[in-house]
Design a protein around this ligand. Structure first.
Ligand code: AHR
Length: 501
């Protein structure tokens, strides 16, 4: 018999709202993300809307992407926004020194990004350049985007085709300033942040929240310093965490050989799943430090880079970070989202890295062709959690063990959607065993249950351009409701989202 799990949902003890921005995405000038993935230009034979590829825009609209972060990443601290405004044929060509040393045409700049955000209905998150820019450049950029005055900057924006200001929801002061963003010490960054913050003045009425560079992985010392020195000056602190199978293996492997996105065994599957569960440990550590300085949780922790980082696809430019996306990535996404839900009080934005053709992408393109990855489908199935009220869940049940290490086989989260529907997300991370699940609902009388499942024949099943539907959601009809209990069998290596109404 399949091992049994119990999931207790406390619908009578609602928790904080799950910020819709947890379903955000990251779009950097990297590889084939911006150019080819989003922007093909108005003269391209690929169907496009004023230069944005139509298929990608439609797929993103269907997902209701709440927020997009741009232009980097490491790219952000070498990006000068003035390069990307004005007539496209007059913009300077630069070299993208972080990502493959390729030419950056600057065809996609501030207007193209802000209009793109509006086109897909997402909030704009612009990452400022602290490394090679500075306060003046950032202050001017914010004015250019948000002001409605008679200033010369605003006249310039109007002359470039945008009359009314855009709405700027988020602005970050640098990226990874402890690394590619300047190799700074935390104290030094905190001082620069305070100095810069003084001059960042979004126009009145703008909702712009200011984000500070936060820690990588488990670097709580960085969090401590920024919160102590500048916690009162910011709205949010970022955190970056990549799930790298080799680094979550025993013995620990290297960054150089992270492991293939598609050719992996169960030990590597486990390492990725283990890495996803680590997200909970890291957020808990940083939240505890933030609680010391900000017990009222005014400052959000925003996980603005997260996802799996595998070896690049053989034959692709290694600087482009192009990787396939399998059922393993989907399971990692589900576990990570369940963890973000559990930390909804502090984690109020997350941006998966990245949107198209880079790292744990939602969408892959090949010339005119496009496919939706297994990760896209998880985001789609979880849409009802955007803005939902979180409901506490307690999972008791089987473990999943490999090589002496253990994680819970079943990961779960629950929420009451803005449409009034209660949703339960479940992932069975064990690739070999189904789990029978008894869901006990406290404080909820449901009349019917339905849902969708994502699974596939193999751990490493992928969607390819020739077979784009191998990993795709299907209706899930096997959940039985009886009184306050829902019973179901969760197939091995699957993700299920149930609607209870
Ligand atoms: O997402 C790829 C890179 O990873 C980003 O540019 C950087 O911020 C991080 O190190």
């Amino acid at each position: 018999a399949a091992p049994a799990a119990t999931v207790a949902v406390q619908a009578d003890h609602p928790g904080p709202v799950i910020a819709k921005e947890i379903y955000g995405q990251f779009a950097e000038h990297l590889g084939r993300l911006i150019y080819e993935g989003i922007w093909v230009g108005p003269d391209s034979p690929i169907p496009n809307i004023h230069g944005y590829r139509k298929d990608v825009v439609e797929a993103l609209k269907a997902l209701h992407v709440p927020v997009v972060r741009w232009p980097g990443g490491c790219f952000a601290d070498e990006y000068h926004w003035r390069d990307g405004i004005g007539p496209r044929d007059k913009r300077p060509v630069r070299v993208n020194s972080n990502w493959g040393g390729v030419e950056e045409s600057n065809a996609f700049g501030t207007h193209e990004f802000m209009d793109f955000s509006e086109l897909i209905g997402a909030e704009a998150y612009v990452n400022g350049n602290l490394g090679t820019g500075g306060p003046q450049e950032m202050a001017d950029w914010i004015s250019y985007m948000t002001a409605d005055t008679r200033s010369t900057l605003v006249q310039e924006r109007k002359a470039n085709g945008r009359d009314k200001p855009w709405t700027l929801h988020w602005f970050a002061v640098g990226n990874e300033s402890w690394g590619c963003g300047g190799n700074m010490r935390a104290d030094y960054y905190a001082d620069l942040l305070r100095q810069t913050r003084t001059y960042l003045k979004p126009a009145p009425g703008q909702p712009t929240k200011i984000i500070a560079v936060g820690p990588s992985d488990d670097d709580t010392a960085w969090t401590e310093t920024i919160m102590a020195r500048a916690g009162k000056d910011i709205d949010a602190l970022s955190m970056h965490y990549y799930d790298v199978a080799s680094l979550n293996s025993v013995p620990k492997g290297t960054w150089k050989a992270k492991g293939s996105a598609t050719q992996f065994n169960e030990t590597e599957w486990f390492a990725s799943v283990f890495g996803a569960y680590q997200t909970d440990v890291l957020i808990s550590h940083h939240s505890a430090v933030m609680d010391k300085y900000d017990p009222e949780k005014k400052v959000a922790l925003v996980v603005d880079e997260w996802g799996t980082w595998h070896d690049p696809e053989p034959g692709s430019n290694p600087g482009f970070l192009y990787q396939q996306n399998s059922l393993r990535d989907a399971v990692v996404a589900a576990v990570s989202l369940n963890i973000f839900h559990a930390h909804a009080d502090r984690v109020r934005m997350a941006n998966i890295a990245q949107m198209v053709n880079v790292l744990q992408a939602m969408i892959l393109t090949d010339g005119p062709r496009m496919l939706l990855t297994p990760t896209y489908h998880v985001f789609d199935m979880y849409q009802g959690f955007q803005g939902a009220t979180s409901l506490p869940v307690v999972v008791t049940g089987p473990d999943y063990s490999v090589g002496g290490r253990t994680v819970p086989a079943v990961s779960a989260s629950a929420g009451r959607g803005t449409d009034g529907v209660t949703r339960l997300a479940l992932a069975n991370v064990d690739p070999g065993k189904a789990a029978t699940v008894q869901v006990r609902l406290a404080g909820l009388k449901a009349g019917k249950v339905g849902g969708r499942i994502l699974t596939a024949p193999a751990m490493n099943s992928v969607n390819s351009f020739d077979h784009p539907q191998v990993v795709a959601p299907a209706p899930f009809k096997d959940a039985k409701l009886s009184g306050d209990t829902v019973s179901l069998t969760l197939p091995a290596k699957s993700v299920v989202v149930l609607d209870l109404q």
